[in-house]
Design a protein around this ligand. Sequence first.
Ligand SMILES: Nc1ncnc2c1ncn2[C@@H]1O[C@H](COP(=O)(O)OP(=O)(O)O)[C@@H](O)[C@H]1O
Ligand SMILES: [Mg+2]
Length: 386
Amino acid sequence: MTPNAALAATDVFAYADRQINKAAARLWPGAEVRLGQHTPSVTTYVRRLQVDGRPLFAKVSLLGLSLVSVLRGTAGDWATVRAAQAAYRGSPGTLLEREAKALAILGEEAGVLTCPVAGIRDGVLFTEPVAGPTLVDLLAKEPHRTGELMTRVLVELAGLQRPAVARVVDEVAIVERGIGSTFHRKFNGISGPTYLRKAGEKGEVLATVVGRLRRLRLTPAAGRRPVVYGDLKPDHAVFPDGPRGRPVFLDPGLARGRPQTDAAKLVSRTVLNLIASPPDRATADAVVSGAGTFADAMTADLGPDERATWIKHLVVLWLMDTTNILSTYLTSPPDLPLPEHADKITRQAKTVVSLLDRTTAHLIAGTDPRAVWRLALTDAAKAADR
Ligand SMILES: Nc1ncnc2c1ncn2[C@@H]1O[C@H](COP(=O)(O)OP(=O)(O)O)[C@@H](O)[C@H]1O
Ligand SMILES: [Mg+2]
């Protein structure tokens, strides 16, 4: 027995492997299936495989929850989770089914390039690999192009605002992965403090940060609720033809959301990558100044007041996302393999937490959001400089 009703990652992974094998056998009867490398993720179980020599990625989601939550025992012990999963995977509207449909909508209605779906069966989603450098790789190599590349990624997603997408998005929306919904789920009411206590000494400062972000609660977005990509990490934009070609997108979390959602995720994860793998100071400066250029481009047609509000929402969502992912990493079960950058972030948690602390303090003090944004970016470049 593992303590605190926690589940053993090895049990869960062995189960997921069996599910992948079974689903592949049903989709491609008689084919030779060879499982390949596991891609560590805190969200789902992702593994490469070959089906008659054809390379694919397989993805398994347990109950639509994050792997971290399931392993922590949130959904019950292993027997309970297995039984629930058997019912879940056949039910309509599972997370991966919505993801597969969202990938189709992106391609057919929004004109966005995505990883092709090879099949979905019994709770397993198979996609064809998209090879090439990601936005993370490109920013590391060509930091002076940060503003241009981030802007191009968002421009590529402009088709999300077509009426044909708005008409169907609610059926496939992945609302559970939104920045705000994740933040409120994690840090809500009584479970919040308990959860943060698990984050050790950083948990205390994080609790202050969470309190401030809750007080900064964004007024409900009046009127427009644009369609957002939803999980626009820079590792989800792949450039198979290099920086001048069109990006291909992975792992969407299509939903309606605040207009700043996608920009905030890009900024949040880019800054975390800077802190996790610090480049030289000139590179860090180029990346954060590019993020500034990017925000200027996103707000080019807004008046001064609208722009201040837009930037404030961008910063709040950025900090919420960073708080979400940092606390996930800090409380992740020890036997769950983390992506490489996650271990690095965890080691730099103090730096990240003080960036969150300073920036939320400025926001609470009522400093002009545009000044807070500039300060936060400068802080991020300094934080990367060690
Ligand atoms: N079709 C694909 N092509 C290229 N890389 C992929 C593909 N599917 C998954 N990956 C890799 O695996 C990682 C995790 O898969 P992802 O779909 O993002 O799962 P999660 O929902 O757990 O984040 C991705 O960030 C990417 O590096
Ligand atoms: Mg992902």
